[in-house]
Design a protein around this ligand. Sequence first.
Ligand code: UGY
Ligand code: MN
Length: 241
Amino acid sequence: MTPNFGATRSDIRSRHALLTPESHEWIIQPGWEGAEFSCLISPDMGAKFAMFLLRFPADCMAPPALPGVARFLLCLEGEFQLDASTTLNTGDFAFLPPEDTAALRITQGSRLVLFEWCFLASGPVPAALHGSVDAVTGQPLRGNDWLIVQKLLPTDPAFDAEFNVMTFHPGASLAYVETHFMEHGLLFLDGGGVYRLDDRWYPVEAGDAIWMGPHVPQWFGALGRTPARYLIYKNYNRSPL
Ligand code: UGY
Ligand code: MN
């Protein structure tokens, strides 16, 4: 084993965090036989949601979420079943509202990213849905066709969250340093670049995860020869009060 002399790119601050693969801690969770979890973002660090990577050394039957908790899953590798007739593969995603009764089965060898949050209903709660990232039409962000956004959930105010995939052409960047009261959970899917969080600039690449708390100044510039792509959660359609 090569010693790493205690080095990691992970950096956990009070308002933001970068979580990189060499520091992931894999654990098991009660009720999730066959699954291993790495909990990258949780309310303990100040977030109002949780984000997990899951891998499956064996087939797994997932337990339901806690009462009031919604889930979003993206299949990174392998397959999972929502019910007897719905199988999702790499690049497919699902939104499951609180109290959903889907009997989620995951096949050995698969990998998922899972988000959980306390759903804030502002009327009737949306039904479960699923889809494929590749089938979602992308839109240039504010007219910049080097930066494409795919909105995975319907733009319906009944959803209290957005899950978007953002693809940056090499050399593209966010047009300005964003500051907003919504928070983010992010997983880099491809490529890399430099992420500004608060007053720090981090080199980032596929496999890295980021938490951005409310009001954290944020900016990203894509570097390299291939597009940079990330999945990003945002609490949305909510009042700041
Ligand atoms: O939707 C967003 O707020 C997004 N543009 N933020 C980000 O990429 N850091
Ligand atoms: Mn943002």
